[in-house]
Design a protein around this ligand. Sequence first.
Ligand SMILES: NC(=O)c1ccc[n+]([C@@H]2O[C@H](COP(=O)([O-])OP(=O)(O)OC[C@H]3O[C@@H](n4cnc5c(N)ncnc54)[C@H](O)[C@@H]3O)[C@@H](O)[C@H]2O)c1
Length: 288
Amino acid sequence: MKRLNGKVAIVTGGATGIGEAISRLFAKEGAKVIVNGFPEDPVMDVVSSITNKGDFAAPFVGDVSVEENAMACVQFAIQTFYKLDILINNAGVFPVMEQIHNYPTDAFDYVMRNNIRTAFLMTKYAIPELKKTKGCIVSAGSEAGFLGLAENAPYGGSKGWIHAFTRGVAVEQAQHGIRANCVCPGAIDTAWTHKEHGPMKKKHEKMIIEGTPLGRRGTPEEIANAYLFLASDEASYVTGALFSVDGGITIAKGAVGKMADKDVKKEPEDNLDLKHDMDGATDMIRGR
Ligand SMILES: NC(=O)c1ccc[n+]([C@@H]2O[C@H](COP(=O)([O-])OP(=O)(O)OC[C@H]3O[C@@H](n4cnc5c(N)ncnc54)[C@H](O)[C@@H]3O)[C@@H](O)[C@H]2O)c1
């Protein structure tokens, strides 16, 4: 029995990085998936490779920090698959690494819009539909939401907001049977944590890997597995959880990752045939 049989899910930012893994895993587990992304994202490619396998997906291309688009995304799910069971608030951006006195104000606005406003608007418009299905919401938290993030302090703040927002929604919506949880990843193997693809420098890569007891980044699939559990009926008694999937970075002190042996540092193989793990949002040219 597939774990999401009969469910309809929206995955925001669902065409690259962790979002691509969630879209593909949910479809494989029987969900009908609305894959959302910016016009610049490979949304059509992810949708067609899911449907080519005989699973179900449909594209909603649009910036969901824009109120009309968020509303339209939920309506599109209803028109296409007739209901909504799961909202995955995964969309987010990571455009710069700068100390706060040099942090560009337009980068701050961009982070707030795409990390916070997207989750607020999508949650707002999804809830009336989730009430009908006693559905659930899983949002992208982060280790940075607990620990803060030096040289991207606004990003860490945006994730702290997601944690608190999720808990408020969880308590308020429990009476309607809606659950709300966060997956809180550590450093994951997407564009954001590679100096070649994003704003992190070599020193940042070194710091995140050495600060992680398991001595490596996580894979998008390892994160998608946690989303799958929280979105499934197996998690029927879980709400308001900030579910860390972080290789231990939030419990470690110092460069403990250096002690992990070679096998521990080896990433597990990708079973999802990911194609866009390094195509993520690390610039400020997307959207609107
Ligand atoms: N990569 C990590 O190390 C890490 C760690 C902790 C948390 N996270 C969280 O996981 C989520 C995914 O991160 P990722 O590393 O896969 O990055 P990614 O850039 O590959 O994925 C994010 C996707 O969201 C899309 N997006 C952003 N704003 C959008 C909007 N307004 N409308 C529609 N689409 C939008 C982007 O274009 C991109 O496709 C983010 O919320 C991030 O904060 C990532």
